[in-house]
Design a protein around this ligand. Structure first.
Ligand code: SF4
Length: 95
């Protein structure tokens, strides 16, 4: 039942020195922190994010708010905590 939806493919994308060119958008490979995120699309053995073209920048400013595998929470001291999400919780995501 928990079949992964192959919603996005990067068909027609072209690898360039700057990154993966997909319909004119340069996409950089996903970063280590993206590992486990359902949005990752693999193209020629490298992972790319169709949601955010530059995953490293997304994470540079904290936690990726598009991530499906972790969620950021700010604790009482103002520190950002990253919590792994359970698959069952994803159903409640929908926002
Ligand atoms: S949505 Fe965020 S965590 Fe997921 S692959 Fe894209 S940049 Fe990485």
């Amino acid at each position: 039942m928990a079949k992964k939806k192959g919603i996005v493919t990067l068909e027609g994308a072209v690898k360039t020195d700057a990154g993966l060119n997909y319909k004119g958008v340069i996409m950089e490979p996903v970063v280590e922190k993206c590992e486990g995120c359902e949005r990752i699309v693999t193209f020629e053995e490298e992972g790319y994010c169709p949601t955010y073209a530059q995953p490293s920048r997304k994470w540079a400013s904290g936690v990726c708010n598009f991530a499906t595998h972790v969620r950021a929470e700010v604790d009482k001291t103002g520190k950002v905590k990253v919590n792994p999400l359970k698959a069952s919780k994803r159903a409640a995501r929908g926002r």
